[in-house]
Design a protein around this ligand. Structure first.
Ligand code: ADP
Ligand code: 5RP
Length: 485
């Protein structure tokens, strides 16, 4: 494990100022005041938002910023203005495309990307100044640099390549972030050692990088959040020498800060969707960092727990902590560090047992102030990443009580205990002590779960004003638009 406190330049959070809000409600009905014309002919648009039957518009020609989140179970978009007001939002499930009896994830993600763009109200598209998006971390694609098409099936965020671990451990510093079977570097090395396809034209991209490439057309660009788990050092702002000396280092993408303008939309995309000539595409981030950005927690000690399909924890710390023994790593954010990790526990386990409606109904009958005697380790399948890095950890969801209310209570409480263990671990490893937890993701809506977590964490737990990672991605688009290419 190593911990360091560094001063890093190019602050993000402090450079990103949201203009003062005109009186406008967060979730709004758009009421175009003038006839909606074909985007190509549209000169400018005053768009109102409804608040108690008033229409509050904003300056003609003001711009909008599009963020998209490609999470575990589906994708979302959020369209905001420079005050951070949401002008449109939507979501899509991933379509199931099979190829050789396996899910064709690249086709599903690409289809979902273009479906989300179709869902953006056509009369708002000409106002969009920039686009960014987030994806699941360490979801790795090996791409043919001649075509942009995948040379192999993607390695998903929670997949592990233990075959590559001994070699990766032999080149990387002790307990470095890449020394985990689910790291991007292990996936790259596993492909390099086992795949017989033509390696000359191969490049590595993360899910977010590849989806952004479909919009800007420049292959081989990533961000220092997505690139962390392939070995990029956001403190050095470069790949380390021990990695650059490897034969496969030529597959690595160039790395920019999240929310950096890469270039304009391709002509095809502009024409197909009616986006403006000056719309830029910005580097993205990972889904749990986008959720952190959405929460707008800016002080050390503030943390965001993303209760999505997985449990991802991000604590804003002045100290950088890396320790693969526990699945702990630090993402750079501005001049501070987002210390944390991602557990395989979380909503995906709940989804296998209960529908969202059942979760809502059953939760009504839970007394959150009463401790559940049930002790589970809820996992969908074998293997855990954090706060215990154990690829062989077995799920534990039995004995199952007669009552589904008691069963759900036990699962929610057990996930809360894992969350508490994670925050205690971060403190013991030297991170800034957590003093408040914001919640993002689908689980944030469960008030009983929030109360259970407050009791077990012994901390105030509040639902972030914005819980969707897509909002955080939109903030990155806003940042990128403020800094010209
Ligand atoms: N009322 C609820 N209580 C707890 N969890 C919930 C509730 N409603 C939905 N969820 C969980 O939220 C998860 C989806 O959250 P989301 O943030 O959309 O996930 P992701 O982006 O990781 O796909 C699902 O796994 C679901 O089980
Ligand atoms: O669990 C995940 C998918 O939802 C990702 O692993 C999650 O994004 C955590 O990775 P990171 O901390 O690098 O963002």
């Amino acid at each position: 494990m190593f911990a360091s406190t560094v001063s890093l330049s190019t602050p993000f959070l402090s450079t990103l100022t949201l203009a003062p809000k005109p009186e406008c409600c967060p979730s709004i009905k758009l009421v175009p005041r003038i006839g909606v014309e074909k985007p190509a002919r549209l000169k400018s648009m005053i768009v109102g938002c409804k608040k108690e039957n008033q229409e509050v518009g904003f300056q003609v020609g003001e711009r909008l910023y599009l963020g998209m989140d490609f999470g575990t179970s589906g994708a979302r978009y959020a369209l905001i203005d420079k005050q951070g007001t949401i002008h449109a939002e939507g979501k899509r499930e991933y379509p199931q495309f099979l190829r050789e009896e396996r899910m064709d994830w690249p086709l599903s993600w690409k289809t979902t990307l273009f479906s989300l763009l179709e869902d953006v109200p056509v009369h708002l598209r000409p106002l969009i100044a920039s686009i960014s998006l987030d994806g699941t971390s360490a979801t790795t694609l090996i791409i043919d640099s001649n075509t942009g098409e995948p040379l192999a099936r993607p390695y998903l965020y929670n997949e592990s390549c233990p075959d590559a671990l001994p070699l990766v451990k032999s080149i990387a510093p002790v307990n470095h972030t890449v020394c985990s079977g689910s790291s991007t570097l292990c996936k790259l090395v596993s492909w390099w050692n086992n795949d017989n396809s033509d390696k000359k034209s191969a490049i590595l991209l993360h899910q977010a990088d590849w989806l952004l490439w479909l919009l800007h057309g420049q292959l081989g660009v990533s961000d220092y959040n997505n690139a962390l788990k392939v070995g990029y050092d956001p403190e050095l702002d470069s790949y380390p020498a021990w990695l650059l000396s490897q034969p496969y280092s030529r597959l690595l993408p160039i790395v920019k800060a999240p929310g950096t303008s890469i270039g304009h939309l391709t002509e095809d995309i502009k024409t197909q969707f009616g986006f403006p000539e000056d719309c830029v595409v910005c580097t993205g981030t990972t889904d749990s960092i986008a959720a952190f950005l959405a929460a707008r927690a800016t002080k050390p000690g503030k943390a965001v727990t993303s209760l999505g399909s997985t449990l991802a924890i991000k604590l804003l710390s002045t100290t950088r902590i890396e320790d693969a023994r526990y699945g702990v790593y630090s993402h750079r954010l501005d001049d501070k560090w987002l210390v944390g990790g991602a557990s395989n526990t979380g909503g995906a386990v709940l989804k296998e047992i209960f529908t969202d409606g059942q979760l809502e109904k059953l939760s009504e009958h839970i007394n959150p102030m009463e401790a559940s005697p049930l002790d589970y380790y809820p996992l969908k399948s074998v293997g855990e990443r954090f706060p215990v890095a154990d690829p062989k950890m077995e799920p534990r969801l039995h004995p199952r009580p007669e009552s589904d209310v008691e069963y759900l209570h036990g699962i929610l409480e057990s996930i809360a205990r894992i969350e508490a263990k994670a925050y205690i671990l971060l403190k013991d490893l030297g991170a800034t002590q957590v003093d408040e937890v914001f919640t993002a993701g689908g689980g944030a809506k469960n008030e009983k779960w929030t109360k259970i977590r407050e009791r077990i964490l012994g901390l105030p737990v509040t639902r972030a004003t914005q819980t969707e990672a897509a909002y955080g991605a939109a903030l990155l688009a806003l940042k990128g638009a403020q800094i010209p290419i």
